[in-house]
Design a protein around this ligand. Sequence first.
Ligand code: HEM
Ligand SMILES: *[C@@H]1O[C@H](CO)[C@@H](O)[C@H](O)[C@H]1NC(C)=O
Ligand SMILES: *[C@@H]1O[C@H](CO)[C@@H](O)[C@H](O)[C@H]1NC(C)=O
Ligand SMILES: *[C@@H]1O[C@H](CO)[C@@H](O)[C@H](O)[C@H]1NC(C)=O
Ligand SMILES: *[C@@H]1O[C@H](CO)[C@@H](O)[C@H](O)[C@H]1NC(C)=O
Ligand SMILES: *[C@@H]1O[C@H](CO)[C@@H](O)[C@H](O)[C@H]1NC(C)=O
Length: 601
Amino acid sequence: MNKLICLVLLSSFWIFLGEGYDPCCAQPCQNQGVCLSKGADAYECDCTRTGYYGENCTTPELLTLIKSTLKPRPNIVHYILTHYKWIWDIINNISFLRDAIMRYVLTSRSHLVNSPPTYNADYNYKSWEAYSNLSYYTRTLVPLPQNCPTPDLPNAKQVVEKVLVRKQFIPDPQRTSLMFAFFAQHFSHQFFKSDFKKGPAFTKALGHGVDLGHIYGETLERQHKLRLFKDGKLKYQVVDGEVYPPLVKDVQVEMHYPPHVPEEQRFAVGHEAFGLVPGLMMYASIWLREHNRVCDIMKQEHPDWDDERIFQTTRLILIGETIKIVIEDYVQHLSGYHFKLKFDPELLFNERFQYQNRIASEFNTLYHWHPLMPDNFQIQDQVYGHHQFVFNNSILTQHGIRNMVDSFTKQRAGRVAGGRNLPAAVQAVAVKVLEHSREMRYQSLNAYRKRFNMKPYSSFEDMTGDKELAAEMKQLYGHIDAVELYTGLLVEKPRPNSVFGETMVEMGAPYSLKGLMGNAICSPEYWMPSTFGGKVGFDIVNTASLKKLVCMNIKGPCPMVSFQVPDVKYQSSENMNSSSVHSTQHHTNPTVVLNERSSEL
Ligand code: HEM
Ligand SMILES: *[C@@H]1O[C@H](CO)[C@@H](O)[C@H](O)[C@H]1NC(C)=O
Ligand SMILES: *[C@@H]1O[C@H](CO)[C@@H](O)[C@H](O)[C@H]1NC(C)=O
Ligand SMILES: *[C@@H]1O[C@H](CO)[C@@H](O)[C@H](O)[C@H]1NC(C)=O
Ligand SMILES: *[C@@H]1O[C@H](CO)[C@@H](O)[C@H](O)[C@H]1NC(C)=O
Ligand SMILES: *[C@@H]1O[C@H](CO)[C@@H](O)[C@H](O)[C@H]1NC(C)=O
């Protein structure tokens, strides 16, 4: 009854404005059917190739029905991949099985991403403008049409304060290290580079993927200022016998530093914001050293090559190394899988796969993993709070790369899902994310769950698995279908002993794998030794690892380097000793967990 009155009121409001009510506002088309409005009170659902038919694309075709009954739910697949280690140990050693599974992982994930891209924040229908204008992030789900009633959302600042901000540090049970967290930030900022001057829907990273613009600069002009123009190398400086990025005053590229930062600490790198934290500048220094190291190898292999050719070939090698490390070290760690992931572009050569990529706004939103950040940073025997840590490159030169790596490997990152683990120091970022998602008219968390083959959450407790958090969320949002994507991702119940919940992984993995494998170097035309300067360069790509990246670029013995905090003794600061870690593992009874999950299917 209330709803009816409300509808009547709303429609008369629009009639008053001289605009018709858009029947697509009610989002009647299911299963990715496309809604086409026809005047003020009619619509049509285009169900082409959805596997469904009927007025609202709700009736499954026979094949769809069979497929969906056979298809295991994401949580079941995840359970299998993260258990039965002994079986995986065998499968990992049988190359045709490992290849077949990896091929399945790649295709099943990447098929969830529209390619070629379709919508953007200003176009909720297909258009040449949306397809061709690279300044926009693309959109996976269309923005809600401008004239639709939007749910009454809670104040963004209140959401952050009530359910997102950290009370007490919650360590990630997957034992993710800060070495991982800063890699995530460094790597992802090459393609998440919002152009806030134009608005949150726009990006400055026009490569839309792994182009290493964060190392070489987004524009040719910036790249040239960073290059030495000798043997393909990048400019650098030496401090205490170690190689670091050059100074802003010497190379004249724009960097974002607050006024108080002295000239001799203003390092210049490809990405103008990497002075923000020493963790970013640490990785920038490592990659700079790697570039110049590979240049030396190329020079030796090809004494006849000029600077330009060495530079360009080295850049391709570093792109390859990055993708290799991201799949086999980074995603491997995040996944928690016992199955051993493999970077091998040949797996896709006989598949239907588009070698192109467009970064989605939703991918950017979900990648705001700020809860990974601890309350303070322990480097050697020093402890830095956020305030001392940000814009402080002297930390890097004072401790040196080796000690930074060693310390970041030993310090645990925070858990991302589960709510209330966002450091207060960066809470303003989360408020912005919510405000921007609203400005860009994002659909709800549950709409995204459906889009990525998950069942929508049925209640606040279903979503959080925690009574108190559920109650707080209900107070804020009222109805489960009103919950926003970002809030949902950070408060949803984590998978057992995991950093993320289901939605983060099931949404993030498709974007991630598509972006990595959709790179030009993975295509049949590029993926061959000659592209990378011959066998030597191709081998560098195919044997790359995080450990090698670090250890080939520091003198002397190799420090501890890992995306996972390696030994329980380093967890003392989080009140976790070895006995308590073991007990949590033993208490996770597999059958109980499986039952818990089956109930939510
Ligand atoms: C102490 C460490 C960090 C600080 C101080 C920090 C701060 C910020 C700030 C100020 C922004 C811009 C927000 C805006 O204007 O909307 C931002 C954006 C972002 N941050 Fe962080 N951040 C930190 C660590 C991280 C980490 C570890 C990640 C992990 C992936 C991350 C991911 C992102 C992403 C994806 C964006 C969006 C970038 C864009 O759209 O241009 N940040 N962060
Ligand atoms: C399709 O959706 C509309 C609006 O939600 C509803 O009124 C109509 O009954 C639905 N049609 C069918 C066949 O389910
Ligand atoms: C897998 O193969 C490697 C070497 O190829 C071997 O060292 C290892 O023992 C094998 N593991 C199993 C479980 O067969
Ligand atoms: C992309 O769209 C924006 C917003 O409409 C516009 O300002 C910009 O000029 C477009 N870019 C190109 C290359 O057309
Ligand atoms: C920056 O780090 C140094 C240690 O390298 C420390 O002494 C200094 O206080 C820090 N600067 C600020 C502004 O906190
Ligand atoms: C480890 O933790 C358990 C349980 O929290 C506690 O009983 C025990 O005393 C702790 N041991 C050490 C060495 O801290």
